[in-house]
Design a protein around this ligand. Sequence first.
Ligand code: NAP
Length: 313
Amino acid sequence: MTNPIRLAIIGLGKIAHDQHLPAIAANPDLDLVATVSHHGEGVEGIASFRDIAGLAASGIAVDAVALCTPPQVRRAIAAFAIDRGWHVFLEKPPGATLAEVVTLRDQAHAQHVSLFTSWHSRFAAGVEPARAWLADRIIRHATITWREDVRHWHPGQDWIFEAGGFGVFDPGINALSIATHILPRRFFVEAAAIDIPGNRAAPIAARVDFRDTSGAPIAMDLDFRQQGTQRWDIAVDTDAGVLTLANGGAMLTVAGAAAPAPTDELLGEYPGLYRRFVALVRAGVSDVDVGPLRLVADSFLRARISTVDDFHW
Ligand code: NAP
């Protein structure tokens, strides 16, 4: 029998509590040995440290770390972990810039550790069936609508509106992680309009026009000011009808008929991510995909940027 991977969580915020802790507890291949929280919070019965240097100095045996901090501080923490020979699971987005993620990839390769750029939305129930169905279709056009109320979903998370925090592209990159996975052809940014509140540094809304290599247009609409019904939808018009992925990839409808929901209780975005991470570590390989991050970066490169009303929580 293979020993469980001894794992530490770095950054104990919303996603660590909501998803990582339960997914790790449910996976017998993982053993949570420590947490790192720079505000000093911990998990009952588990060693906790103020920073990753304190964890390293403690002598606790660690095989891997899951980085659940905001993106702006990820690179330095990941580099420190890789230097110690620890495998690294990166929450999305994998970094604040493309160059830092590629540098981490090369560092992990040189140190013979696994690096995983996790994209949780790709593990939503409808995503793999959508990818299979779209594989041999002709795409006419697609729309991506990701509109949510930032005050509800990211309460008080000032980092999201700081430079490098991605603003509305923080959820928007989830849509791009799905679209880059399910659409059969690569696509590129042609134009973008980005709205940034006067008192903040990152977008509150964005509209991006993409086109795929066959010429099909893909329109993306992101907005953090959504009231009422929240929207995380992708619709793809094809030669065989319209495919719709709603609720962040969870609900698939093909040509008007809902696809059956999976019944396997082991399914789920974070259980799926951790199964993948365990497989990567056991196989001694990395999975580094910067595709969604590249499209966000390209959106900024091609954007007309407007200043809009100040944002207050
Ligand atoms: P959050 O609630 O603000 O938590 C982030 C945590 O990171 C903080 O609680 C803080 O934890 C830690 N942190 C902040 N600055 C740090 C620093 N300089 N050094 C070390 N740790 C630091 O944010 P979140 O919603 O969990 O999001 C974290 C990441 O997960 C983001 O990249 C986000 O895109 C991704 N994510 C979020 C969601 C979601 O629904 N919220 C879903 C999927 C993915 P300590 O005070 O404990 O150190």
